[in-house]
Design a protein around this ligand. Structure first.
Ligand code: PXP
Length: 240
């Protein structure tokens, strides 16, 4: 299972002072040196953390792969087609939210998402859609031409009751298995941390995880390289 690091929070710290540091570009290099398989950043409409310059430079310097998270708006599709990241993850976006709050409602948004996927794929950009864990979402993702799904693990990350956790893991696992059967790549992300990653790594169909908050939070105390390495070690124990 590949580990991709979301470096938005490095940019959040920079934007808190509108300064030039800490620079997410440096963070990307450190994550890659520590063994990360990819770098993720979310260019939001309000540019609250990652800014256009970051995405452009990341595309130049990232050696593994750059996953650009974005809403399926005309503005973002235009930027992605210019910069050509290795992949795009389409996410819902609300201005007031602290972080992405849930998966895309593909049925409701088909008219918006499907043309965006076509335009991105025209330029050879692989497209993932961030979805709630459910068989219906997988069917819909296939129908609109997504190459991959990213299963929203936010609910799993928040649950505290053991039975609820088992139930949610079963839903995630069923979603991942169905996607694999249908030939779509399977990523997962949101709310994953050092304590809850093992159960996700146990689901063999999950190809990749995208983790930001827990790794950057730990990095404040241990440094970014060690924080990334520790997550890799935990994953490797389950998925050598
Ligand atoms: N995947 C998606 C689609 C996200 O929007 C985010 C948050 O930016 C993440 C993964 C990473 O979530 P977290 O910061 O909770 O690890």
């Amino acid at each position: 299972m590949r580990l991709c690091i979301n470096i938005d929070h490095i940019a959040t710290l920079r934007q808190a002072r509108l300064e030039s540091e800490p620079d997410p570009i440096v963070a990307a290099g450190i994550c890659e040196l520590a063994g990360a398989d990819g770098i993720v950043c979310h260019l939001r409409e309000d540019r609250r953390h990652i800014i256009d310059r970051d995405v452009r430079i990341l595309k130049e310097i990232v050696k593994t792969k750059l996953d650009l998270e974005m809403a399926a708006t005309d503005e973002m599709v235009k930027i992605a087609k210019e910069i050509k990241p290795h992949m795009v993850t389409l996410v819902p976006e609300k201005r007031q939210e602290l972080t992405t709050e849930g998966g895309l409602d593909l049925a409701a948004l088909e008219f918006k998402i499907s043309p965006a996927i076509d335009l991105l794929k025209e330029d050879g950009i692989k497209v993932s859609v961030f979805i709630e864990p459910s068989p219906e979402s997988v069917d819909m993702a296939l129908e609109i031409g997504a190459d991959m799904i990213e299963i929203h693990t936010g609910k799993y990350g928040r649950l505290r009751d053991a039975n609820d956790i088992i139930t949610e893991l079963e839903i995630i696992s069923r979603t991942a298995k169905l996607a694999k059967e249908l030939g779509i790549g399977v990523n997962a992300g949101h709310g994953l941390n050092y304590g809850n990653i093992t159960a996700i790594a146990n689901i063999a169909e999950i190809d990749e995880v995208s983790i930001g908050h827990s790794i950057i939070a730990r990095a404040v105390f241990t440094g970014l390289g060690p924080a990334v390495k520790e997550m890799i070690e935990i994953i490797r124990r389950t998925r050598p």
